[in-house]
Design a binder for this molecule. Structure first.
Ligand code: ZN
Length: 278
């Protein structure tokens, strides 16, 4: 199921972010449609468990809770065929064991962290995974910073980025350091700008309050904030965002505006600390 060494040709529009080592196998040359439908299953108070579905098959990302997943599967008559994990925090992995009781033989993909005992396929940067049941192929980047084990999944349309990048913000820096986290964010900034950003939390409105505080003259940010306010007023989801949108409005992705990398890292460190106390 896992293919290592994704060839560069798979993402023609991608800048070279990662060195993919091996030539493509025949299997990895196969085209995947990426036409799976993506639905947000709300969990806890502000988490989303992303459900990727095609036909009657479904794959979920970071199921911190099992109950809302079971309810969604049942009401849509879906079978769970896989689980993707971005990092070890409980609100991302807490529902896995219960889901596996009902679907005992499905693959669980995730980082190589022994703390997450249910993972069956450990992934590292440059790996790609094929999910034939939903006609999908996803590539993996390592994005330490929020935690050291954090990975993200992407294809030609979607980025499932867990708690690394939020709309208007980024994850708290629990385990990484500013240079490490900044380097991870740069990997996401270099992905194709049309990619949808499917992060785990509905933090957008609070993030934008901080963003406007530190970037008060950003017109794109003002426009986006008004849209987000109207969505939240109507109790609607603000996601997915896009890489392009985040490059325009997210202060954590704008630390390198008009400066060198050392200054960008210093800016990131200052901004992250400021946000923690905002
Ligand atoms: Zn987390």
């Amino acid at each position: 199921m896992k293919i290592r060494g994704l060839g560069n040709n798979d993402f023609n529009c991608l800048p070279v972010v990662v060195e993919y080592g091996n030539a493509m196998s025949d299997e990895s040359k196969k085209q995947y449609s990426s036409t799976f439908k993506v639905t947000a299953i709300p969990a806890f108070t502000d988490n989303y468990i992303w459900c990727l579905q095609k036909g009657q098959n479904a794959v979920v990302v970071d199921p911190g809770e099992a109950k809302p997943v079971f309810e969604y599967l049942e009401s849509n008559e879906l079978t769970l065929t896989g689980i993707l994990v971005t990092h070890h925090h409980f609100d991302h992995v807490g529902g896995i064991d219960t889901l596996l009781h009902a679907f005992p033989n499905i693959p669980v993909f995730g980082p190589n962290n022994p703390k997450i005992t249910s993972i069956t396929q450990h992934l590292i940067e440059g790996d790609s995974i094929v999910l034939p049941e939903i006609d999908a192929k996803l590539s993996i980047l390592e994005t330490p910073g929020h935690t050291l084990d954090h990975i993200v999944y992407f294809d030609e349309q979607h980025l499932f980025c867990g708690d690394t990048l939020f709309s208007g913000g980024c994850g708290r820096m629990f385990e990484g350091t500013p240079p490490v986290f900044w380097h991870s964010l740069q990997k996401l900034m270099n992905l194709p700008s049309h990619l949808g950003v499917y992060c785990t939390h509905e933090y957008t409105q609070a993030n934008l309050a901080f963003a406007q505080h530190v970037d008060p003259h950003n017109e794109a940010l003002k426009t986006y904030s008004a849209w987000v306010d109207s969505k939240r007023e109507a109790d609607q989801i603000t996601l997915p965002s896009s890489i392009a949108q985040e490059l325009a409005i997210n202060p954590f992705l704008r630390c390198d505006m008009d400066c060198n990398q050392d200054k960008a890292i210093a800016n990131f460190a200052r901004l992250r600390k400021q946000k923690d106390n905002f």
